[in-house]
Write a new protein. Structure first.
Length: 224
C-alpha cells in the first residue's frame, strides 16, 4: 500500500510578519487566514481522509480552517510542534542583539547533545520527536493524510526521511538551510508499506504554493 502525506506549513501570523520567534499561542493574521482558506480550497479536491496537526495555535487554526472546508476530522498532537526555542526569546525580534547572541550560542553547541542554553530543545530532542512523529503517521490506518506543522520541524522530518540513522547535527542543519518552505506550502511524501523502512519514503514535491497566486502581492497592515 502506498500512503500519501500532504505536509503543510501553517499560515502566517503577525509575529511572522514582524520577524519574531513565535510564542505558542499566537493566532493567524488576516493574511494568514486568507492563506489557510486558499490552501483549504487546494486540498478540497484531494482524497484526504483526516488531518493531523500541531496543537500550537497557529497550526491548529490553519488545520481547523482546512478541516471545516474539506469536512474531515482533525487530530491535534504536540509531536508536530515547532522546534522549541528558549522561552526568553519567544515573541522577540530575531535581529535584537541579545536574541542573536543566544541563537549564535545554540548553533555553536548544536552538535553537543548535553548542552542547553535554558529550556529549548536540542538536537537529540528534535531528532527523537521527528522519528516519533513520522512513526505516528505510518501507524495510522488512513492512506491519505494532511499534516499541518511548522517550517523548521518539517525540515527536520525531511532530514530524517532523507538520511535515517545517518543523520547528524551538521547534516540536519544543512538540509534545513537548503529546504525552504513558505507559509501554507505543501510537501507531498509517499510511504510504501511493502518496502524496507530505509526505502519506503519518497519525496514527490516540496513547497508547492501555487494556490497563493497574487496573495503575496497584497499589502496587509502590521501593528508593531
Amino acid at each position: 500500500m502506498i500512503k500519501k502525506f500532504y505536509f503543510i506549513r501553517h499560515a502566517v501570523t503577525e509575529q511572522d510578519l514582524q520577524d519574531c520567534f513565535q510564542t505558542f499561542d499566537v493566532p493567524l493574521s488576516e493574511k494568514g487566514r486568507e492563506q489557510a482558506a486558499r490552501v483549504a480550497e487546494r486540498l478540497a479536491g484531494l482524497p484526504i481522509e483526516a488531518i493531523v496537526s500541531s496543537s500550537m495555535a497557529r497550526a491548529a487554526e490553519t488545520a481547523g480552517i482546512i478541516s471545516r472546508k474539506i469536512g474531515k476530522p482533525l487530530a491535534l498532537t504536540d509531536l508536530f510542534h515547532e522546534v522549541h526555542k528558549p522561552s526568553v526569546i519567544r515573541g522577540k525580534n530575531r535581529q535584537l542583539p541579545e536574541v542573536k547572541q543566544i541563537m549564535a550560542a545554540m548553533r555553536e553547541h548544536f552538535s553537543d547533545v548535553t548542552w542547553r542554553h535554558s529550556d529549548e530543545e536540542n538536537f537529540a530532542d528534535i531528532s527523537g520527536r521527528a522519528k516519533a512523529a513520522l512513526a505516528l503517521l505510518v501507524a495510522r490506518p488512513e492512506e491519505c493524510l494532511a499534516v499541518v506543522t511548522h517550517g523548521f520541524f518539517l525540515e527536520m522530518c525531511a532530514a530524517h526521511i532523507f538520511l535515517g540513522e545517518a543523520i547528524t547535527p551538521a547534516t540536519a542543519l544543512h538540509i534545513e538551510h537548503v529546504l525552504v518552505s513558505k507559509n501554507t506550502g505543501i510537501a507531498l511524501f509517499e510511504y510504501d508499506t511493502g518496502e524496507k523502512p530505509e526505502r519506503a519514503w519518497k519525496l514527490i514535491s516540496w513547497n508547492d504554493h501555487g494556490h497563493l497566486g497574487d496573495l503575496d502581492l497584497k499589502k496587509h497592515k502590521v501593528n508593531f
